[in-house]
Design a protein around this ligand. Sequence first.
Ligand code: ADP
Length: 426
Amino acid sequence: MRRWAPALAVLIGGGSALALYDVVGTVPTLVILLLQAVAARRLMHVDPQQRAVSRLDRAQELIEGHLGAETKTFEVAMAQLMDRYDQAQRRLQRNLDLRDAIFEYAPGGVVFTGVGGWVKAVNQGMRQLMPVVPNPVGKRVRSAIVHRELAATMERAVAEGQPVLAECAAGRFEILIRAAPVGDHGACIAVVVDVSPLKHAAQARSDFVANVSHELRTPITSIRGYAETLMDMPGSLDEEHVLMLGAIDRNARRLTTIFEDLLELARIEAREGELELVATPLAPLLQEVAASFEHSAQARRVDLVTVCDENIAARLHQQAFDRILGNLVANAIKFAPAKTAVRLTARDDGEQVLVEVHDSGPGIAPKYHERVFERFFRLDKGRARSQGGSGLGLSLVKHLCQATGSQVGVRSNPGHGSVFWVRFPR
Ligand code: ADP
């Protein structure tokens, strides 16, 4: 309490006593003065220590109230956090269960190796495709799974840092192995699929086509023979009959071409991957192909030009090469306008040898670039038939390329001619 406070209290008290005495008389005035004195005393004589204590009490109350609220918020936040943690854990567990189920019941074999090539997991499917030792986890693939190609494919995938495909046999199964590195530290996953049913279906289709083609070849040869004999009998037929016989002969020839191409396709499919490749200089081969088409090029008034360095060589199967180039050149001559040139070029780009056949024909829209290699696909059906094509030429080319480790494609646009290219290994 400040020093001037008691004086102020007496002043207030005295002033008010006089006023009260005037108004209410002696006794009430004395009572009121007594009460005023008690209040003044309380004001003047509160212990400073007591006031400090009560201030502290008040502060404590405030702090407790505040902390209480904070604690409550904290508890709620913790409860929410735990809730979310539980949910995340349940979700994680569900995903792990799903992964395990996919791994275990995948339609095929799956093996996963960690760093260093130690087996981490093998699924049930793998055990059905090839022998797996009991407790394979922790062993090397070679000793855990009895199949040399599998271990070799996984090692290649890790060494090359990219997925590797291998097709081979595993006992009575034809299998496809796809191995892929996982991360950069040598871990790897391999999936093994049984492709025997697909192989058998493809084989059955190929055999069927080959058999039908073979069976039909004989009656057609006979039809052609009779047609030719009749046409060779001078004077016995009128003009209309000669025309009819001409049509019979032409169509019989077309059928022969189709059946021969189908047989050839079946033969290539059966030998895919078995054709032996030999490093061969290209210039003489291109000259030979050009020479064999010189006659048909002249007939269509088309120039046939070859451009190839003497020292260029490629790994190829010569018969397959003749057939591939022969088909491409025959098409180029067929589609090239008169008085234009068909160019056969070869160049070595350091990695592969690129052989191209250029023509200035009608060209092919980009959306058909893949499709022209399908069996019986023709852009202009009427024109193709009238020119005697079987619709199988480019399909044959594609299969021959696949069988001999080369690739084929086309660069072309309508009105700008076409360039059919083949990449051969060096
Ligand atoms: P076809 O016996 O009909 O020639 P192909 O398989 O050799 O069969 O060719 C398929 C189709 O691709 C042809 O019908 C034609 O429409 C198109 N084609 C092939 N070569 C050329 C080319 N050089 N220029 C334009 N179109 C072509």
